[in-house]
Design a binder for this molecule. Structure first.
Ligand code: GLN
Length: 485
């Protein structure tokens, strides 16, 4: 009933007492009861916790207290973020029964801002994938077309918001896992600057690449979410000291004279005609808004994909070494000795894609191959960082398609890992460089499926992203189209 409202709008309605927090929550859970059997976006729901929070927050509100910018708003989080006393499975058999002993910093921040976490969402196992189909538990469907994947790895978080099971959600983006599912589900997805949002309590995949960010229905909500999530955290040594601005102030700013870089030589090759056409239309919209379009070169961006798949797998092989069946996680039933516990627990507890990544990562780190792969990937990474640095000397933001096309069907790319890895071609350069990027609804394809448009900015220039993304949103109607479910 309230599903047509954005996160900001429902927060205001709650504050104005036009609706009670409990009513909003009941409404969302009723929606979940109705569509979740079709979409399968959640691994677990936190109903009891949520209703208790609703009561607590309503009391505060009724007593005249400030309940925060997200006061009473139901949101979902990806199941790789720890929430005290709830399961955090990473959609893996390995962590199926793992109960978090503490809260991730983002969970604390959401709570401090008054949000109510309604459940944990499905994902590719340990965030490795682009379809959410490597989950050990279920296949999340794309709410726009149930035969299609929602994207990944944060597919559950995207599908939940796109089918109005929550007003916003959190995902994590190591190589595109927020932006690609946002693009496939017609949402706004932001990958913040590396170090802007704390990773404390996020189960690590590729530690030098991982960032947490929001999925929302519009750009304003994304900015509002970042007001809550951003900021230094002493529990994360890679978290940066930074004075967080009010991001919502950049929403709706004039973009006249804003320099938008377009790296044509990077994306032109291999981009299907229809996607190119949609992207060119987006560029025309930006021109009409008064943006200055500048051709930029990202000479090394074409090497970002192999660089990413070396660095990410190397870091994953190290991060996932802790799952040995001893302290926590899955333990094989029959074993002979310690070595056997390790081998059997890991063989049985991890899925195929995770094992593939561990093997690749172990290989590129092994003596004899380290210099040829891991060391070289680090060197190429510096060249990619420089590429972006140079580009941002002349332009404010860079525009790029988020993906090569719309959501694909189940089974289409699953049998060929390389084809699946190619999904990440336009998203991984951003993680390798550490810079922030946003994906918004850029257009619709001939089947009326959403197509993402990505903007990239220099480190800590999220404000420019919100500015240009909101200008595009205001000038077009694409974001008004919704999944019909
Ligand atoms: N699709 C990419 C991968 O499979 C990105 C995943 C992510 O960002 N977590 O590694």
């Amino acid at each position: 009933m309230y599903e047509k409202y954005t996160m900001h709008e429902i927060a205001n309605k709650i504050k104005e007492k036009e609706v009670s927090i409990k009513e909003v929550l009941e409404d969302v859970y009723a929606r979940i009861d109705e569509v979740e059997p079709k979409v399968e976006a959640f691994v677990s729901l936190t109903r009891e916790y949520a209703y208790n929070r609703a009561e607590e927050l309503q009391k505060k509100l009724d007593a005249g207290e400030d309940i925060g910018a997200l006061g009473g708003v139901p949101v979902a989080i990806k199941d790789n973020m720890c929430m005290k006393d709830t399961n955090t499975t990473c959609s893996s058999k390995m962590l199926e029964n793992f109960v978090s002993p503490y809260d991730a910093t983002v969970v604390k921040k959401l709570e401090q801002a008054g949000a109510i976490i309604i459940g944990k969402t499905n994902m590719d196992e340990f965030a490795m994938g682009s379809s959410t189909a490597t989950s050990a538990f279920k296949n999340t469907k794309n709410p726009w077309n149930l035969e299609c994947v929602p994207g990944g790895s944060s597919g559950g978080s995207a599908a939940a918001v796109a089918s109005n099971m929550g007003y916003a959600s959190l995902g994590s983006d190591t190589g595109g896992s927020i932006r690609q599912p946002a693009a496939y589900c017609g949402l706004v997805g932001l990958k913040p600057t590396y170090g802007l949002v704390s990773r404390f309590g996020l189960v690590a995949f590729g530690s030098s690449l991982d960032q947490i960010g929001p999925f929302t229905k519009n750009v304003y909500d994304s900015a509002l979410m970042m007001n809550v999530l951003a900021g230094h955290d002493e529990m994360d040594t890679t978290s940066v000291e930074y004075t967080v601005p009010d991001y919502t102030k950049s929403v709706g700013d004039d973009v006249k004279g804003l320099k938008v870089g377009v790296p044509t030589s990077f994306f032109k090759e291999g981009l299907p005609e229809e996607s190119l056409q949609i992207f060119n239309n987006s560029v025309e919209v930006l021109k009409k808004l008064g943006c200055e379009i500048v051709e930029v070169n990202l000479d090394y961006a074409k090497y970002a994909l192999p660089t990413y798949y070396i660095i990410a797998t190397a870091e994953a092989s190290s991060n996932l070494a802790r799952y040995d069946g001893i302290k926590y996680g899955y333990r094989a039933k029959d074993f002979e000795d310690l070595q056997d516990i390790y081998a059997k627990s890991r063989t049985e507890g991890f899925g195929e894609e995770v094992k593939r990544r561990i093997m690749l990562g172990t290989y590129v780190l092994s003596s004899g191959y380290y210099d040829a792969y891991y060391k070289r990937a680090g060197q190429v990474r510096s060249l990619i960082v420089n590429d972006f640095k140079k580009a941002f000397e002349t332009v404010d933001v860079i525009a790029l398609p988020t993906t090569t096309g719309a959501a694909f069907k189940f089974g289409e790319k699953q049998s060929n890992p390389i084809e699946m890895y190619l999904e990440d071609i336009f998203t991984v350069p951003v993680n390798v460089a550490g810079v922030p990027a946003i994906s918004i609804q850029g257009g619709l394809d001939k089947n009326n499926m959403p197509i993402g448009l990505q903007f990239i900015a220099n480190n800590f220039e999220e404000e420019k992203l919100f500015k240009v993304a909101s200008a595009y949103e205001n000038a077009t109607d694409f974001h008004k189209a919704q999944a019909n479910i």
